[in-house]
Design a protein around this ligand. Structure first.
Ligand SMILES: *Cc1c(COP(=O)(O)O)cnc(C)c1O
Length: 392
């Protein structure tokens, strides 16, 4: 069954499923190619953390590499190990872990480690002394986000400790990096000042004789708006998946990007109810006329925000609908109106590219007071991912 009235639209690949996320790997591949063009001479690290922002880390990594990504980046060590184990041989960086994490196995798997403190460096050295393999590291400097990274005099201490470890051959300093607080507000004064702090921190490191191969600072928003922040490598995540990190300034299309995820469900049940019928928990929606309801079997356990109650948009048979009443764990209800043309099994599109009138992930973010990052990353593992497109 076609998903919309558009004869060009693809057939429904999982007609019996409560719901699924269709991932267009061709879009990921094309988005990376487009971002790479923007980055000029800089290399590109595709960030595939959080299961590829909900799109699947391994397929997303493959599609990104097919699009020209030079590096892969993840937050957690376990994510890096999983992507490596799946066969990705590209250089890979992981930057967030706690004391006791198995840094030695990361080094053995040729995974680069972000180092934010002398304590983390010391822990890495203890792990690698046992193994006798040089660890590849990227020093992280906190240039004003006040999150991860070494700040102020801690940076000076980290540089000194790293220079000693590098001289002994225990570590190779492959990169130096930082992260913006306001990349989504390109004219914010912190953008300029963070870049200046970054450049001063790099200079301090280079005075020890260490010349890192990649200096990197730009996330998606900076990659799209601030060429001066590209340095040797850009590090986009959200834009890889075709979403705009700065929705107030531009749509994905404005930035040459295509949304890769489409979230689809099927009507489970249709019923007629009288006027004055409260719908779903707490009866926060009450029918104002005799009407026809459709049950859509996706809920907050599938990743719909609960505050999409009476707000979340969907497309059914070419018409935009809004969730009637509360989002439950497994299901929501639509009020389609009296005599609505609807049958159990009908596809319902929660979000996609918007080209056939369906909402976008950004529409869901706007309707629920959040950002598109959260809408796609929260799509739960209960929903199968169906991969389409040329990115494999
Ligand atoms: C998540 C993350 C990125 C990617 O950010 P986007 O805004 O999704 O492009 C880049 N660098 C670091 C350190 C991150 O944590």
């Amino acid at each position: 069954m076609a998903l919309s009235s558009d004869p060009e639209s693809a057939p429904d690949p999982l007609p019996g499923a409560s719901g699924y996320a269709e991932i267009d790997l061709g879009a990921i591949r094309a988005n990376v190619a487009s971002l790479k063009e923007r980055a000029g001479d800089a290399a590109l690290m595709a960030v595939v953390k959080a299961d590829g922002y909900g799109h699947g880390a391994v397929p997303s990594a493959r599609a990104a590499l097919a699009g020209g990504a030079d590096w892969l980046g993840v937050a957690q060590l376990s994510e890096a190990v999983a992507v490596r184990a799946a066969g990705a041989t590209a250089p890979m960086l992981t930057w967030l872990y706690v004391p006791g994490a198995d840094l030695g196995s990361a080094v053995l798997a040729d995974i680069d480690l972000g180092i934010s403190s002398v304590a983390a460096l010391d822990e890495l050295l203890r792990a690698t002394t046992r193994q006798g393999k040089t660890a590849r590291i990227h020093l992280k400097v906190d240039t004003g986000l006040a999150r991860n990274g070494a700040y102020g005099s801690d940076w000076t201490a980290l540089v000194a400790a790293t220079a000693r470890a590098a001289a002994e051959g225990a570590v190779a300093v492959v990169g130096v990096f930082s992260h913006f607080a306001y990349a989504d507000a390109p004219d914010h004064p912190t953008v300029r000042s963070q870049q200046q702090t970054f450049e001063a921190a790099v200079a301090e490191l280079e005075r020890t004789g260490i010349r890192p191969q990649v200096r990197h600072l730009a996330n998606s928003a900076a990659t799209l708006t601030n060429p001066s922040a590209a340095y040797d490598m850009v590090r986009p995540g959200l834009a890889v998946y075709g979403l705009s990190p700065i929705p107030d300034l531009g749509t994905p299309a404005d930035y040459g990007l295509r949304e890769a995820m489409r979230l689809i469900s099927h009507v489970a049940l249709v019923k007629d109810v009288p006027a004055g019928q409260g719908v779903s928990y707490g009866h926060t929606y009450v029918t104002d006329r005799a009407t026809r309801l459709a049950l859509v079997p996706l809920g907050y356990a599938d990743g719909l925000p609960r505050n999409a109650s009476n707000a979340g948009p969907m497309l059914h048979r070419g018409v935009r609908q809004t969730i009637a009443g509360r989002v439950c764990m497994d299901q929501v209800v639509l009020d389609l109106g009296p005599d609505a043309d609807v049958a159990p099994g009908d596809p319902v599109v929660l979000f996609g590219r918007g080209e056939d009138g369906e909402p976008t992930a950004q529409d869901w973010a706007t309707a629920t007071g959040t950002i598109s990052y959260e809408i796609v990353t929260r799509v739960s593992s209960r929903l199968p991912r169906v991969y389409v497109g040329e990115g494999r």
